[in-house]
Write a protein that binds this ligand. Structure first.
Ligand code: PBG
Length: 325
């Protein structure tokens, strides 16, 4: 054949392939979600997330030291709250000595340089498992924003660097920014879960924290997976309201949204490879149907290629070992 252009030339061997490789993962791309539970020396594997553990604070601190040594710069904290502390208003979320607040303080003290981001939402604290206050079967918006603002201030007082509201109430970024500023926390950032979809891929996370909605679903606040226009609207609004970073969630099924976000966003774009995405890869590998290591690197590289500046992932440690740092 008389071909002038032969794209395979650039795929001839490893050396040329790496020379022209566009997307390269590094440890500082990752934001590592950590699940903290009460107790000492306690760790529990999450059944639907093989090899991922909920850990008591002492073990979490060890884990954070290890992550820092591996080159990871940021963690995202979640806590599991016992049922007896749950109510409709998430009162426990404001407890200065609650598990979240204690965890932030201790981790900050142990590894001061690690960027601590905290999940800001009511669901782990809510007796209804919803991200907001429930009244007559509805999720109240504005009253919930007030609590999320208080919660953010409480996390900032404990030493959190970034607040990560994952609730999808309208106006919460404005509320939280104002609250932080009025209390002198002008240097604490907000990473907003801006384009968060009502996704089936959060199942294992809800198992982990026992935070499934007690009635109904989250479709009146999380977005319809069929839509992309409202992702743009949410992102633009959150940036206007003061978000320092925005997030798209889940990851792999939503890479078109990630690409669109990257094109319009003036702030860094984070992407959450969620619990269900982790579970799918683990389950496929367990059955011997897919190559786990290759799938980990391919999925994370694809998320970065689509436009992610930061990737929240349960695979961070495994990925770093795979790329040999
Ligand atoms: C809580 C929250 C959820 C996740 C992160 N923060 C669950 C939900 O919205 O129901 C999901 C993360 C994951 O699945 O890995 N607001």
């Amino acid at each position: 054949m008389n071909l002038v252009k032969r794209p395979r030339r650039l795929r001839t061997n490893d050396a040329i392939r790496s020379l022209v490789q566009e997307t390269i993962l590094t440890p500082s791309d990752f934001l590592v979600p950590l699940f903290i539970i009460e107790g000492i020396g306690t760790m529990k594997e999450i059944p639907s997330m093989p090899n991922y553990y909920k850990k008591s604070l002492d073990l979490t601190i060890q884990e954070v030291r290890e992550l820092w040594a591996m080159g990871i710069k940021s963690i995202l904290l979640f806590v599991q709250v016992p049922d007896k502390l749950k109510d409709n208003y998430g009162k426990e979320a404001l407890n200065k000595n609650g598990l979240m607040q204690r965890s932030i303080r201790s981790i900050k003290e142990a590894v001061p340089e690690m960027i601590i981001m905290t999940d800001v939402a009511l669901d782990p604290y809510s007796s209804y498992g919803h991200d907001g206050i429930v009244e007559n079967g509805q999720i109240l918006n504005d009253a919930t924003v007030d609590i999320l603002t208080e919660m953010s201030i409480s996390h900032a007082q404990s030493g959190a660097d970034f607040l990560a509201p994952s609730d999808m109430m309208d106006g919460r970024i404005m509320g939280i920014r104002k609250g932080l500023d009025q209390n002198g926390f002008t240097n604490n950032g907000i990473m907003s879960y801006s384009a968060k979809y009502a996704s089936s891929f959060y199942g294992p996370f809800r198992d982990a924290l026992d935070s499934s909605p007690g009635f109904g679903d989250k479709k009146t606040y999380q977005m319809n997976p069929a839509n992309s226009l409202e992702a743009i609207k949410e992102i633009v609004l959150d940036i206007e309201e003061g978000a320092d970073m925005i997030m798209v969630k889940p990851g792999m099924p939503y890479l078109d949204i990630v690409k669109g976000a990257k094109e319009i966003s003036e702030v860094p774009v984070a992407v959450y490879q969620v619990s269900g995405e982790y579970a799918i890869i683990k389950a496929g590998a367990e059955k011997g149907w897919i190559d786990e290591n290759a799938a980990i690197i391919e999925s994370l590289t694809s998320i970065k290629r689509a436009g992610a500046d930061v990737i929240a992932t349960y695979f961070a440690k495994e990925a770093i070992k795979l790329f040999g740092y």
